[in-house]
Write a protein that binds this ligand. Structure first.
Ligand SMILES: [Mg+2]
Length: 302
């Protein structure tokens, strides 16, 4: 289970953190974003939720990281919080590297009214129980055929295993005796295979994924904001694959859309916290934040 990182600036972002000047402000129990853009966006999200889009990564954000991703389950209470938010917000969406239907099944996300789930970084879309998807590129078949032999030949230790996600394949090292050494051994061969297959290498938390190029969470988020005509956007993520979505939020600001980026923090990745307007301590912290956001929206509307 990831723990909040113990160094750097996010300490002051945490709800109930030790710095008096960063205690929840305004008596609304909400933590304060560290950036002026983030503070303005939070205010806009609270006061005009019907024009807002709230989007979330799945693993490490809505669901704690577990040793085997097939065992993933949402943070207790967080799906109920999303369902309540969905009654107030223009759009609630999940944007994940997983297949869309897989995320819906693991998360019980069909309990959230009107939710849109973009899978495989936006190449798949689940809504109202249906999945729409483009054909996977041919390079995925090449990787599927060659990856088992390549992992064996790399000398990566026992416990290293391959997850076939359909449109992409991931090599996980979390269950290996030395996960970092396994990643080192795999890096070169996987990069070479990705180049031959015309795929992209996506490093993550004790995982390397080979997936189609030209799709990322930033493009997926931007398209959804445009489609929904959202004026305010909230995006929460925990891993390197979420940084393109953070960059998309920055680009949307230049077009007049207010944006708040939230990091679900872990010790494993610090780059996401450094880039975020607000850091919460993992999925549990995000669940608490969502509860407070909903409560505040209701309070303002009353
Ligand atoms: Mg994640």
């Amino acid at each position: 289970m990831p723990q909040p990182r113990q160094h750097g600036t996010p300490e002051r972002n945490r709800p109930g953190g030790p710095h008096a000047q960063n205690e929840p402000t305004g008596g609304n129990g909400l933590p304060e974003p560290t950036t002026p853009n983030g503070r303005a966006a939070l205010e806009a999200l609270l006061t005009e939720p019907a024009r807002a889009l709230f989007a979330f990564d799945f693993d490490g954000t809505l669901a704690p990281i577990v040793a085997d991703p097939r065992d993933s389950a949402p943070q207790p209470g967080i799906v109920a919080a999303l369902a309540e938010l969905a009654e107030l917000a223009g759009t609630v969406a999940v944007i994940t590297g997983r297949g869309a239907a897989t995320a819906v099944d693991l998360g019980g996300l069909d309990r959230v009214p009107g939710i849109t789930v973009l899978g495989h970084y936006g190449a798949e879309r689940w809504s109202d129980g249906r999945v729409a998807a483009a054909e996977p590129p041919p390079g995925v078949s090449l990787v599927r055929a060659e990856l088992p032999g390549l992992v064996d030949a790399s000398g990566a230790p026992e416990g290293t295993w391959i997850e076939d996600k359909g449109r992409s394949l991931a090599v996980h090292t979390r269950r290996a005796a030395d996960p970092d050494r396994a990643l080192e051994l795999l890096g070169g061969p996987l990069t070479e295979l990705a180049e031959r297959a015309g795929l992209k290498v996506e490093p993550g938390r004790m995982v390397i994924e080979l997936r189609p190029q030209g799709v990322d969470k930033g493009a997926a988020l931007t398209s959804l904001v445009e489609e929904r005509g959202a004026l305010h956007v909230f995006y929460a993520g925990d891993d390197l694959g979420d940084l393109p979505a953070f960059e998309a939020v920055a680009a949307l600001r230049a077009r007049g859309v207010s944006g708040l980026t939230v990091c679900s923090s872990s010790e494993e990745v610090t780059a996401v916290a450094d880039a975020a307007d607000l850091v919460v301590p993992g999925p549990a912290g995000l669940a608490e934040l969502l509860g407070r956001v909903t409560e505040r929206i209701r309070g303002l509307a009353a």
